[in-house]
Design a protein around this ligand. Structure first.
Ligand SMILES: [Zn+2]
Ligand SMILES: [Zn+2]
Ligand SMILES: [Zn+2]
Length: 455
């Protein structure tokens, strides 16, 4: 078993019986990259492994053909999808007490995994069927998006289940060349963090709204490790005049994410969805001319194609992106230049790595960063309202919504009002950064203290 798939120390039992295919050394590159002359060169142990793999993967005689072919790609990838036997790629859990897999319902015992992998997937439907079976097998909930450009998952369950999931992913021929253990960000949580399991095939693994054929993950900005990124931010912040700097620290997340936590000195676009990001770039192209752009997002996935998009414009001096996103940065620098919470798209809403609060109650302005859903049914806006204000009945995202809520309470029969309120009406879909003359600091225009409720 490759060392990168070894579970943490203290779980030795895991390694012994984790996978049905655990003794197939999938790191053997000669096996995975066959050339026409390879077959003759296979030594005894490799042959043994190969025959084992054949058995385990229910590979038909077509495999030996593909081994002899000039196709340099991983033959198992083809066979995985050809055989359609997703059950072959499920870990053996017979040696575990089922309770160990199902437990972790409480936040203390379980874990949430966040990961993505950009790689060419020939048969996303097969991967979808397999991931569905795998998550169900391990009692995981969450969301997994699959596309021909790769996979993006957030799944929660017991710690045993998440470790098994990681091991399977790291051993799977489809991903093993592109994923390492470090690509899985972990946080406290569990199956309880998600209402259900949703696995699906989409055009993109993160919805930017542009076909992967047009903007490919293969042309991203330069990756910076958390340490390198930290140094760049330090350099940027030490400049006396940041607005005249040749560097822009760009948060490419949505406004409600950067509102409760962000890097000092960042530009945080006031956008509601990542699919507005390309238009935001287009509308504000002047801003990026001759700049070195340091981009970041939650786990790094949005930056991969976001930076690729920005690069196609050909105006920036350079485009960098934070590898592993804020998640990895905070693991290394919990008291670094990122202040506040890390927003996550599940029922926890935010992860906390330090005690900073950078946002405030939308009603009274006291420091506050716990989101609630607007109390008016059908409204999906998040609202920052402190306990005292909640007590006073301020539980909606804005006055319009509060009124709607009151009206509906008065006449419950009238339940069909639109999902519109001041928050959505007031917000331009694609904001223009009118001038860079203003302070380019955290809390620039969209993040002003005392901002309107819900925005
Ligand atoms: Zn308040
Ligand atoms: Zn609302
Ligand atoms: Zn509203």
């Amino acid at each position: 078993m490759p060392s990168s798939t070894s579970p943490d120390q203290g779980d030795d039992d895991l390694e012994a019986c984790v996978l049905r295919f655990s003794d197939l050394d999938l790191k053997d590159t000669s096996l995975m990259n066959p050339s026409s002359s390879l077959k003759a060169e296979l030594d005894v142990s490799a042959k043994k492994k190969y025959s084992f793999a054949k058995k385990k993967l229910a590979v038909t005689s077509s495999t030996s053909k593909s081994l002899e072919s000039t196709d340099k790609r991983n033959p198992f990838k083809e066979d995985l999808t050809r055989n359609q036997e997703v059950s072959t790629w499920l870990p053996d859990i017979s040696c575990f007490n089922p309770d160990e897999l199902i437990s972790g319902q409480g936040n203390d015992e379980g874990e949430v995994l966040l990961y993505y992998c950009y790689c060419d997937l020939k048969d996303p439907d097969w991967v979808c069927a397999w991931q569905t079976a795998l998550c169900q097998h391990l009692h995981l909930t969450g969301k997994v998006r699959i596309a021909t450009e790769g996979i993006n998952g957030t799944v929660g369950g017991s710690r045993l289940a998440t470790r098994l999931y990681v091991s399977v992913m790291l051993s799977c021929p489809l991903f093993k060349d592109y994923l390492c253990k470090d690509d899985f960000k972990t946080s406290k949580g569990g199956a309880c963090c998600f209402p259900e399991l949703r696995v699906g095939v989409f055009e993109e693994i993160v919805p930017m709204g542009i076909s992967p054929n047009k903007i490919s993950y293969k042309k991203p900005g330069i990756h910076l490790s958390p340490g390198e990124f930290h140094k760049e931010v330090e350099k940027f912040l030490s400049q006396a005049n940041q607005e005249e700097s040749d560097t822009i620290l760009l948060d490419c997340r949505n406004f409600y994410e950067s509102k409760i936590g962000r890097f000092q000195g960042c530009l945080a676009p006031d956008i509601r969805k990542f699919s507005y990001f390309p238009s935001y770039v287009d509308e504000n192209l002047e801003l990026f001319k001759e700049k070195r752009v340091l981009m970041y997002c939650t786990g790094g996935i949005r930056c991969e194609r976001g930076s690729a998009y920005l690069k196609t414009k050909g105006v920036c001096k350079e485009v960098f992106q934070l590898k592993g996103g804020i998640h990895k940065y905070l693991e290394e620098f919990p008291d670094g230049f990122y202040k506040g919470k890390l927003f996550v798209f599940d029922e926890r809403y935010a992860l906390s790595f330090n005690n900073d609060i950078v946002s405030e109650c939308s009603y009274c302005g006291v420091p506050w960063d716990h989101y609630n859903l607007c109390s008016t049914p059908q409204c999906r806006q998040l609202v920052l309202t402190c306990p005292a204000c909640q007590e006073r009945g301020f539980t909606a995202c804005c006055v319009t919504c509060q009124d709607k809520g009151n009206r509906q309470a008065a006449s419950p029969a009238q339940s069909s009002f639109k999902e519109e309120c001041e928050c959505t009406a007031r917000r331009p879909r694609v904001p223009r950064e009118l001038s860079r003359r203003g302070p380019l600091t955290a809390g620039a225009s969209p993040l002003k203290p005392g901002a309107q409720a819900g925005c």
